[in-house]
Ligand binder design. Structure first.
Ligand SMILES: Cc1cc2nc3c(=O)[nH]c(=O)nc-3n(C[C@H](O)[C@H](O)[C@H](O)COP(=O)(O)OP(=O)(O)OC[C@H]3O[C@@H](n4cnc5c(N)ncnc54)[C@H](O)[C@@H]3O)c2cc1C
Length: 464
């Protein structure tokens, strides 16, 4: 009756996972992608480029060795934009190749062009050259993601003022950089560029930033940024951004201060890429940020055979969670009941130093009035930390005094985004402090911090 069992609009993490899962169930699938290559924001402008850029910066700048050899240590003396781009393009090519192969292996068909609804089951695809094709699907997944918010008062010019999608194609390295927006993206790029010794100013209208993270962790992180001379302008709204005679951005703040810089990155929010989907024809609407509302367990929209997943449905807007959402949507569409999602998922912030967190922060535990105790470990207390020359890095664990259960793990420092998964497993398996006390950890590892933080909390809990 329909051309395809499932039409997926968008080939980012949620679209990709939904397409492959549908194909594994034996369904016919078409993925429509308007970009030149498959992969989505995640592969081309977001997750993978920013993480590759970070890795390149850390390698070429010799960042990880500076604890031993001093702040002036460099692996490569003059690092240019070309050095950063070379590794980026190789990584992206590889990612796309793996994805294309995955689609081919699973007989997932792809169409290049922009999709829009004609009616709830019919999609029109307009190719770059203007040719139009029409296809029908029993089910449709909207996985179109987001694009950067670009307000009119920001003079984007692709030379000195960029949004977060453009910054990965940097023409040259700036001497100084102003970053507007201290969300995850702004904080990541600000700290990455500062590791290259670019003079960075991070501007945020609110007095605090990354409020979903444990305050103690943010204090530690802020201390490190200040120590590297990153200028923090918190509680400072932007009144205007203009360009001087040399096209350099001049940013005036509401508190009367001015930030002049070589380049400016505007990273204050993203909006759902839904404006050209003609959603009314499908009987759907969006909120003020272009996002689609779904039933959280099934990811169905108001029209039951149309699903939405990934950043277009809003929080938490991560590649990791988007993939799971795509899989859940596909399973539900074809009558497979996926297991309920785990209570806690981890956040990874690939700043320099990186941060990762899972479960409740100390602020949340207090708000819920749960009697608790914390355990802290510093990476410099571990032998692995000495070997690596780490002067910083911290792990904080929070336990319930009543049940002894682990409530949250918060890490800042080298390897945080990998280390967190030990805590995540214990947390979601409802483990207690005893796991960390009774078990032996490989030595010397950074994971030993779990033992140290566990003992720190245990010593205080036993005294009580
Ligand atoms: C700078 C940055 C860093 C990030 N870092 C991380 C990280 O470290 N870890 C993490 O988990 N997440 C990270 N994210 C978030 C992550 O990239 C997103 O959560 C993820 O990409 C969302 O996936 P998605 O499935 O919604 O699709 P997206 O990746 O957003 O892709 C959507 C695709 O749909 C296509 N499309 C849109 N409209 C149409 C249409 N009408 N027709 C056809 N195709 C269309 C687009 O071209 C695009 O290819 C980062 C994001 C950014 C911007």
């Amino acid at each position: 009756m329909y051309d395809f069992d499932m039409i997926v609009i968008g080939s980012g993490p949620s679209g990709r996972r939904a397409a492959v899962q549908s194909a594994k169930i034996g369904k016919s699938v078409l993925v429509v992608e308007k970009g030149r290559r498959v992969g989505g924001v995640s592969v081309h402008t977001g997750t993978i480029p920013s993480k590759t850029l970070r890795e390149t910066v850390l390698n070429l700048s010799g960042w990880r060795e500076r604890g031993f050899y001093g702040r002036s240590y460099r692996v490569k003396q003059d690092i240019g934009a070309g050095d950063l781009m070379a590794r980026l393009h190789k990584t992206l090519d590889h990612e796309v190749e793996v994805l294309e192969h995955q689609f081919a292996r699973n007989a997932v068909k792809t169409a290049r062009g922009e999709a829009r609804f004609v009616d709830p089951h019919t999609i029109e695809i307009t190719a770059e050259g203007g040719e139009v094709d029409t296809v029908t699907g029993a089910h449709v997944l909207i996985a179109v993601g987001t694009r950067p918010f670009r307000p009119d008062y920001v003079p984007f010019n692709g030379m000195s003022v960029f949004d977060s999608d453009e910054i990965v194609d940097l023409p040259r390295l700036p001497r100084s950089l102003a970053v507007i927006g201290a969300g995850v993206i702004g904080v990541e790029y600000a700290s990455i560029f500062s590791a290259l010794d670019v003079s960075v100013t991070l501007i945020e209208p609110r007095a605090t930033f990354l409020d979903f993270i444990d305050k103690e962790l943010i204090e530690e992180f802020t201390h490190e940024l200040r120590d590297r001379n990153v200028g923090l302008r918190l509680g400072a709204a932007v009144s205007s951004i203009t360009l001087d005679a040399r096209e350099r951005p001049v940013c005036k703040l509401a508190d009367g201060r001015t930030v002049q810089s070589d380049m400016l990155l505007f990273a204050a929010g993203r909006v759902g890429a839904t404006d050209r989907l003609n959603l009314e024809a499908a009987g759907l609407s969006v909120d003020h940020r272009g996002r689609i509302t779904v039933e959280p367990k099934t990811l169905q929209t108001a029209v039951p055979h149309i699903y939405a997943a990934g950043d277009v449905i809003g929080f938490p807007s991560l590649a990791s969670t988007s993939m799971e959402q795509g899989r859940v949507a596909a399973c539900h569409a074809f009558g497979l009941e996926p297991p309920p999602p785990p209570e806690f998922f981890p956040y990874g912030i690939y700043s320099v130093p990186e941060m990762s967190t899972v479960g409740m922060s100390e602020e949340e535990v207090r708000k819920r009035e749960i009697p608790y105790e914390c355990g802290i470990a510093r990476f410099r207390e571990t032998s692995r930390g000495h070997i690596m020359g780490l002067n910083s890095g911290m792990m904080k664990m929070i336990f319930s005094v009543k049940t002894r259960r682990l409530l949250g793990v918060h890490i800042v420092g080298e390897g945080a985004t990998e280390l967190i998964h030990i805590g995540q497993a214990v947390l979601n398996l409802k483990g207690t402090i005893d796991y960390f006390i009774e078990n032996t950890f490989n030595y010397p590892t950074l994971a030993e911090a779990y033992k140290i933080a566990g003992l720190d909390a245990w010593n205080r809990m036993t005294r009580v």
